[in-house]
Design a protein around this ligand. Structure first.
Ligand SMILES: [Zn+2]
Length: 168
């Protein structure tokens, strides 16, 4: 599926997670900035898998990465910049529909990213009990948005054979 279809799927997925987050009391509706960031997280991860091929999402992803890297160097956060550069290169290590389109990646990718970020920015020694305290229920909403957005991409690509006629 092309970028436009994935964008539409991502908007539906992101808005759905933000909507459920509002209904369950984790978010306070579209008037809140976090609502849009949660929805945007769903959109981002529904486009992200095609960073591994010549696509519109890839061009915009690497433009944003370059801007972020320049910004991090400017702010003296070179170490964070190196980590961002390493992470941004990972989709280039495989062929199209390689690891970014793996069945368990929508769970593993955001999970490892969240664990890495919680470890890197920890304020107390990290343990299972302190992890939830530091990530918080809002962190879980972001995780769900990333997982649902990423799976939406794989579904629309026909990787689960729900739409067998989808061109590969
Ligand atoms: Zn794809």
């Amino acid at each position: 599926m092309r970028a436009r279809g994935h964008l539409l799927g991502g908007v539906v997925a992101g808005a759905s997670v933000a909507g459920v987050g509002t209904l369950t009391g984790h978010l306070h509706g579209p008037a809140e900035f976090n609502w849009w960031v949660v929805a945007g997280t769903g959109v981002f991860f529904s486009l992200f898998p095609d960073v591994d091929t010549d696509s519109l999402p890839r061009r915009w992803f690497y433009r944003a990465v370059v801007v972020a890297l320049v910004g991090l160097v400017w702010m003296g956060e070179s170490r964070l910049g190196i980590w961002l550069a390493i992470l941004a290169m990972l989709p280039l290590l495989d062929h199209h529909r390689g690891w970014t389109h793996g069945r368990w990646m929508p769970l593993l990718g955001p999970g490892l990213l969240g664990l890495g970020a919680a470890f890197a920015f920890r304020t107390d020694p990290l343990s299972v009990t302190s992890f939830y305290g530091q990530v918080g229920s809002l962190g879980v909403v972001y995780f769900v948005a990333a997982v649902v957005g990423w799976y939406t991409h794989l579904l629309l690509d026909g990787l689960f054979h729900l739409f067998p006629d989808d061109p590969q």
